[in-house]
Design a protein around this ligand. Sequence first.
Ligand SMILES: [Zn+2]
Length: 405
Amino acid sequence: MTSHLETRIAERVAALRADFVALRRDFHMHPELSHAERRTGQVIAERLTALGLRVRSGVGGHGVVADLEGALPGPLLAYRADMDALPMQDMLDTAYRSQNPGVKHACGHDAHMTIALGVAEVLVDLRETWPGTVRFIFQPAEESLDGARQMLAAGVLDPPPEAILGLHMFPIPVGQVGLADEVCLVGMEEFRVRLYSPAGHLDTLMTKAASALRALSTARAPTGPTTFAALVQSMQTSDAHQDTVLVSCWPRYPEAAMRGEHLLGLVSIPRAVLRQQVRAQIHRVLNEVTAEMGAAYDLTYTFDNPPTKNDAGLVREFLPIAQDVVGAANVLRFRAPYPFAHEDFALYQQHAPGLLLWLGSANPKRGLTALLHAPDFDVDEDALTIGTRLMATALLRVARARSAA
Ligand SMILES: [Zn+2]
């Protein structure tokens, strides 16, 4: 059921379409790498200031935070968008291709920022009817997975909001959204191993240990899905990925070797509860392999990013909203996480109930089918208006439900 206010949101978003497209193309033409989002932060701060918001810049690096206070009492909610681009050459043959050689918005953060600014603009128009406060968090350094940590250290979730929302482009057809019931993206851990081996055996030991560690990977299906469409299908129908642990391990990885370490490993974990179990298995494998050869080892965990897991209550609240805005048939329910990427949105979810939505951005008829992080990635710009309308409506309904409670 769509209320009068939601109709106003839809009308306003439709009227702003050309402005959203221009803004997204401006971001796309001027991408900046993690920790270098200076211009991007300036553009965001200028737009938010022009909307009359009180803006804090330079938060956790080049991050920008602004609170939109409604005229009515209500809850504090947060909305997060990420800002950085990737170190790759833009292969698009469009007027808005990247002007920065070797840097490209290949993960859709240009669209994420545009949608967040669009939501802010629409909500400012409704301020008189708005209950509570929405905190807009523009986060740098997502690709390097340390931006959220810096934003949290700068206190962006003090006090914690009642909910934090965000979205991410996903190359399913534009008009569709993907809502993960639980885990949206897998978590990861990085580890390093130093080996102490009898003279002359180090190479053999490194190779043995690396392959024994990689063999810890589990996959219920003997072969994974071979196309993206098949993967999306399997995310909807099967929970097989819920338990799939992937262990990658590289001997003599240059960066580790410089520090006298012999193995660099990455573990991809879909559920936090599997973490201790996998850690124990890694120790067991290293114990076995080194004992066999009269060697020893040191194991250090050097980085981790938890799984991005949607809050069950928020999923229940969000589902009918998404169904109203994009149509029930266009809401895909995902039972399994996307297994090939990580998100530091997960860190905000440790402080507040959070939901990260997949927003369809592909259009096969127009040849827009590239995957995230591909040099020819592009979005169908209808995603800008759909995403803005959906998220503004969601924030409105969640705020009103909490203020009525
Ligand atoms: Zn991304």
